[in-house]
Write a protein that binds this ligand. Structure first.
Ligand code: ADP
Ligand code: MG
Length: 318
């Protein structure tokens, strides 16, 4: 294979995070196209822009169906299917609860129980109507809100990598603020494999807890140290339980999913966060070509069976 010794990393801030695209040839036009694509997606799906399609759907909840773009329809359709499949943990209608808790947006406090109960009633999946021929989305009850925060970046990563591949790019790294997707073979290694570091949530940035060698895959992490607030010793974080309305309480610090499709990885990261290492590993074993790394509150690392230990702190996926 071709062995290059250079890489070109382009970084920009968007979607409330740092995006980094790594190419191994200087192709500025592709960086610009990627930037433009992500900016378009931000316009369609932003929760902060009053003119986004997502906001239009949420604002018309209980009023009328909203005609959306094919992209919006596709992502919402996927998110609803995953919500039905993993109803106890993943729910795309979590918007009213996310807005109530405001975790990571400053001035947080634990909401009133009655208000939590009221919002839980707005998360009934049967109250969403998708019309594929009219390409409309309708939230039937006033106050319902879609929140694609736990899936959208995965969908964008899949699309962006597909676009780069279609443009003739052989190798790339797309990093959407911690959601990483690899394309092709690593031109900087002899065997073309990649090595990805998984950061310890409670440790210093830059020193990975473990490394994983792998072919081109996506690596997606969900953890509780991204956004949280504390009351005394109790930590309230941004992964909310759609059954109770409160942040999930368990022993897990973070879950990393390694698989082919980034959208799936996003969903599994959240679902496996709920399940923990035992039940999580069972789900992962049923999902082809998928592995997971769990880190618990004591910084113990638990990996699924396809991650072979190579040496201390280094695992390999064939
Ligand atoms: P991030 O990558 O921003 O850390 P995650 O992928 O872990 O986020 O998803 C967390 C976000 O997903 C939350 O900020 C919220 O918008 C939404 N969310 C929280 N809990 C759930 C849930 N149980 N199901 C679906 N979405 C959720
Ligand atoms: Mg996620």
């Amino acid at each position: 294979m071709r062995q290059s010794h250079k890489k070109y990393v382009s970084q920009f801030q968007m979607m409330g995070t740092v995006i980094a695209i790594t190419l191994f040839d200087p192709q500025l036009a592709l960086i610009e196209a990627s930037y433009d694509y992500l900016q378009r997606m931000d316009q369609v799906f932003s929760m902060n822009r009053p003119d986004s399609e997502l906001m239009a759907i949420n604002q018309q909840a209980g009023v009328r169906p909203v005609k959306v773009s094919a992209t919006a329809f596709e992502l919402i359709h996927d998110a609803l299917q995953y919500s039905q499949r993993h109803a106890d943990s993943f729910n795309v209608l979590i918007g009213p609860l996310v807005k109530l808790w405001r975790i990571g947006f400053g001035g947080e406090q634990v909401p009133a129980e009655t208000e939590i109960q009221r919002r839980l009633k707005l998360m009934d999946l049967s109250q969403v109507a998708l019309d594929a021929s009219a390409q409309t989305v309708y939230l039937k009850q006033a106050g319902m809100q879609l929140d694609l925060g736990a899936i959208a970046k995965g969908y964008f990563a899949d699309k962006l990598v597909a676009q780069l591949r279609a443009a003739g790019v052989a190798s790339a790294i797309v990093n959407l603020g911690g959601n990483v997707k690899l394309l092709g073979e690593n031109p900087l290694t002899v065997d073309g494999r990649w090595e990805v570091g998984i950061q310890a949530p409670q440790a210093i940035r830059g020193i990975p807890l473990l490394q994983v060698q792998m072919p081109a895959r996506t690596i997606v992490t969900s953890g509780i140290f991204e956004r949280y607030f504390k009351v005394g010793n109790h930590m309230y974080h941004h992964i909310l339980d759609p059954q109770t309305g409160y942040p999930v309480r368990n022993q897990v610090d973070q879950v990393t999913i390694i698989t082919a499709q980034s959208e799936l990885a996003e969903v599994l990261a959240t679902v496996c966060y709920f399940k923990g290492p035992q039940a999580g590993a069972t789900l992962i074993a049923q999902t082809p070509q998928t592995e997971a790394v769990f880190v618990d509150h004591q910084q113990h690392v638990i990996v699924t069976s396809g991650l072979q230990p190579r040496r201390k702190g280094v695992y390999s996926i064939e």
